[in-house]
Design a protein around this ligand. Structure first.
Ligand SMILES: [Zn+2]
Length: 118
């Protein structure tokens, strides 16, 4: 897939509020960073699909050095790990919490954040 087509598909999924997951048609490896080749086998035969829900695998809360409290998640989506911010009640946050993705745009930065799904 050429870069423009891959980029368009990736951002269409992201803007729909889902996490873009790239899968390699050659070896089956899945990952979330936008890149033109598979990090395992270097194939450029990639697919893009979206996923909406995952489970908190790990998290960290940053309360120092920023003008706000930042909560960073590592979310597991069927074995694919995604790093993203958490928007939700920190008291609800725990390992294993089901979370749902949401699209956010701040100035020129487009990203996915997660909210509790339960
Ligand atoms: Zn591959």
């Amino acid at each position: 897939m050429d870069y423009k087509q891959l980029n368009d598909e990736y951002y269409n999924v992201l803007r729909s509020g889902e996490v873009p997951i790239l899968s390699c048609k050659n070896c089956g490896y899945s990952f979330t960073n936008l890149r033109t080749t598979c990090p395992k086998c270097s194939s450029d035969k990639l697919n893009v699909r979206g996923a909406k829900e995952g489970v908190v695998y790990s998290y960290t809360i940053i309360e120092r050095g920023l003008p706000f409290t930042a909560v960073l998640l590592l979310v597991d989506i069927n074995g694919v790990r995604v790093k993203a911010n958490y928007l939700g009640d920190p008291k609800k946050l725990r390992i294993g919490l089901k979370v749902r993705s949401k699209y956010v745009k701040q100035e020129l930065i487009e990203s996915i954040v997660f909210e509790p799904a339960e």
